[in-house]
Design a protein around this ligand. Structure first.
Ligand SMILES: [Zn+2]
Length: 431
């Protein structure tokens, strides 16, 4: 009753989005309806998020969807990146009837209009849903498309019950050098040839880091859909306009918190990146760096070692290449030449880039009584979709799929703790 009727919410949507655009310059919104003026799709990208994405953010976009639980069926779509401090950074939202070819293609087409299609090294990460794979290929034919390791891992766990297979799968998927991947994959094959057949069918280039063409996408280990399910657990029951306002409000708070956090970072790199470098630095303290020429070094670490090229920012261990953060070998080489250790890492991890991502606050739309909306927008008669929830009590608990709730599923709790513990929002690199 407080939030109004679901039908009224569709009528209010056009005015609400008008105000959202007005208060947040650069915001992109689209609504599509059918020939009977019934709602079909919605796309929303808030100007500050778009500006943040364009400022200095790795163009690795995870896309996912979750179903809505309101009076009218539907799915909520989201496209997210990661900021330089390893936080999930949503850039665009959408609502459609369900996850199908048409709705994903509509979402991706609008995303392309918003972010542009000429983004170098663009990567999309998704689950193995056929519709979103098809849409990425159609709308962003030049982008690399990979899958969440999490989803494939859950399938492996569900289909193949051998002990150790699940853990071996994760190790293999996350290996940096191809040689290490093949060693682990051979172990997997020995456990059960059927596992390797299944994983080969999923195509190595879609889930193996060592085959990712040097592009870093550890976001593929994050379970975005589950983060969404938890973060928006209550909001998914809301009517459409209330849901959009809930998301806007959530982002307003995230931007405020994270901007404050970033402004307290006094170092060149973000606190997360500094932490990574510090760990690698400690590990490489006694490694021996032997110069080959001006830029290249052979670093002995007591194991297989690494040949570092400080100019090309590569190392044969491949951690430097993928993470765009110095590996221990690069740190040892830089130390031997008195090179500033922090200059070797990508600009994505600079504190300044993090501040740029959150520089523009997200503004509220104000009280509905104060909205001044042109007549042509206010009088838009948008009807709810024809499909609606059947009568009866709604299922409020989600039934997890096989194996969920363990290990990587722990991400759920990280998001559900928000906003009480914003620091917990750091996504978990190991899943
Ligand atoms: Zn290395």
């Amino acid at each position: 009753m407080i939030r109004g009727r679901a039908e009224k919410s569709f009528q209010l949507l056009s005015s609400y989005l008008y105000m959202l655009k007005l208060k947040n310059p650069g915001t992109i919104v689209e609504i599509e309806n059918d020939s009977e003026s019934r709602f079909k799709y919605l796309f929303m990208e808030i100007g500050s998020c778009l500006a943040g994405f364009r400022s200095q953010m790795q163009p690795v976009i995870a896309v996912d969807a979750c179903f809505l639980k309101g009076k009218y069926f539907g799915s909520l779509f989201v496209a997210t990146c990661k900021d330089g401090n390893n936080n999930v950074y949503p850039i665009a939202w959408g609502v459609g009837d369900s996850e199908n070819d048409a709705s994903w293609e509509w979402f991706f087409t609008n995303l392309r209009s918003a972010i542009g299609h000429e983004i170098p090294d663009l990567v999309f990460v998704s689950d193995r849903h056929k519709s979103n794979s098809k849409a990425v290929l159609t709308v962003f034919p030049n982008a690399l498309h990979v899958h969440y390791i999490y989803h494939i891992g859950q399938n492996v766990k569900g289909k193949f019950k051998h002990e150790n297979v699940h853990a071996l799968f994760y190790k293999a998927a996350k290996a940096y050098p191809e040689s290490e991947f093949h060693e682990l994959f051979n172990d997997l094959e020995r456990y059960d040839p059927a596992v390797s057949t299944y994983l080969r069918e999923a195509s190595f280039s879609r889930w193996v880091r060592a085959y990712s063409d040097g592009k870093r996408f550890d976001i593929m280990t994050t379970n975005i859909a589950e983060c969404l399910n938890t973060t928006l657990a209550d909001a998914r029951k809301f009517s459409i306009q209330c849901l959009m306002e809930y998301i806007r409000n959530m982002l307003q708070q995230w931007f405020y918190e994270r901007r404050g956090h970033a402004s307290k970072m006094a170092r060149h790199l973000t606190s997360w990146a500094e932490g990574q470098i510090a760990k690698r630095f400690a590990l490489s303290q006694y490694w021996l760096s032997e110069p080959i020429d001006m830029y290249r070094f052979n670093v002995k670490d007591g194991n297989s070692g690494g040949i570092v090229d400080l100019k090309a920012k590569t190392c044969t261990c491949r951690v430097f290449d993928f993470d765009k953060l110095s590996c221990g070998h690069a740190l040892a080489a830089a130390r031997s030449r008195n090179i500033d250790l922090y200059t070797l890492s990508s600009a994505y991890y600079q504190t300044e880039a993090l501040l740029c991502a959150y520089v523009d606050p997200i503004m509220p739309v104000g009280s509905q009584a104060d909205w001044i909306v042109p007549n042509e927008r206010a009088s838009v008669n948008l009807l709810p979709p024809a499909t609606r929830r059947p009568c009866g009590r709604r299922k409020t608990c989600r039934i997890p799929s096989a194996g969920e709730g363990e290990e990587e599923g722990k991400m759920w709790s990280l998001w559900s703790n928000w906003p009480q513990s914003p620091n917990l929002l750091k996504s978990n690199k190991s899943g």
